[in-house]
Design a protein around this ligand. Structure first.
Ligand code: HEM
Length: 196
């Protein structure tokens, strides 16, 4: 896996946060989004299907963000100037995340990096990894709402390598569950413990 060359990508390192969420809670959340071993298998296949399409996927997602000034604002200075270096650096970590979502075991190390990614969307860590002067929070409502475009736009890419419609559907559903699961984990730092 491309782990060492991506600036700011700290999966499995001591620099990353530790998640207060444990494996017991993860199992409950997985059950809540109906995530099973079949989904894990479907994600492994999706990883193979997507591996050489990651840049094309990101072109679509970045086009979507770039086409909506209220979203591009989170990659911009407080007075609204997009920061190209920030967009480029985050893009590399986003690419890795697509493959991590498909291929990493969802264990405590994975949970820890979910916490780290969550914090990077909030005032606790946003901008710090890349040392940029951007706005310091991405509202939780946009994290949740972003699950839809990130899922809907994936189907065409999953269908590009000649798999049956049943296989494509299985990969797509597994992807939807995995992203929903992560959005639920990323909500944690936004709300008081007792409410999460
Ligand atoms: C960072 C995914 C919602 C803006 C990231 C990273 C990933 C990611 C994988 C890089 C993690 C790393 O550093 O290793 C997602 C997913 C979302 C979501 C799956 C929703 C389902 C949003 C929204 C925005 C946004 C709605 C607003 C436009 C950013 C920014 C960063 C970032 C600015 C860089 C944060 C930093 O300073 O480190 N996101 N994101 N994200 N995302 Fe999101």
């Amino acid at each position: 896996m491309r782990t060492t060359t991506i600036p700011g990508y700290t999966y499995g390192s001591d620099e990353s946060a530790k998640s207060p969420v444990g494996l017991d809670e993860l199992e409950k959340l997985k059950a809540t989004v109906m995530f099973t071993d079949d989904d894990e298998q479907a994600l492994r296949l999706a990883g193979d299907v997507l591996e050489d399409q990651v840049e094309d996927v990101l072109d679509v997602w970045y086009g979507f963000v770039g086409g909506h000034p209220h979203l591009l604002a989170y990659f911009s200075t407080p007075d609204g100037e997009p920061i190209q270096e920030y967009l480029d650096r985050v893009r590399q970590r986003f690419a890795q995340w697509i493959l991590d979502t498909c291929r990493r075991p969802y264990d405590q190390t994975w949970l820890d990096y979910q916490e780290e990614i969550a914090l990077r969307h909030t005032p606790q860590k946003k901008n710090t990894v890349d040392g940029v002067d951007s706005v310091d929070n991405i509202p939780l409502r946009y994290i949740i709402a972003f699950v839809y475009p990130i899922t809907a736009t994936m189907r065409d890419f999953l269908a590009k390598k000649g798999h049956s419609s049943d296989q494509v559907e299985a990969m797509h559903q597994a992807w939807f569950k995995a992203v929903t699961l992560q959005a639920a984990l990323w909500a944690r730092p936004y709300v008081r413990d007792a409410l999460w």
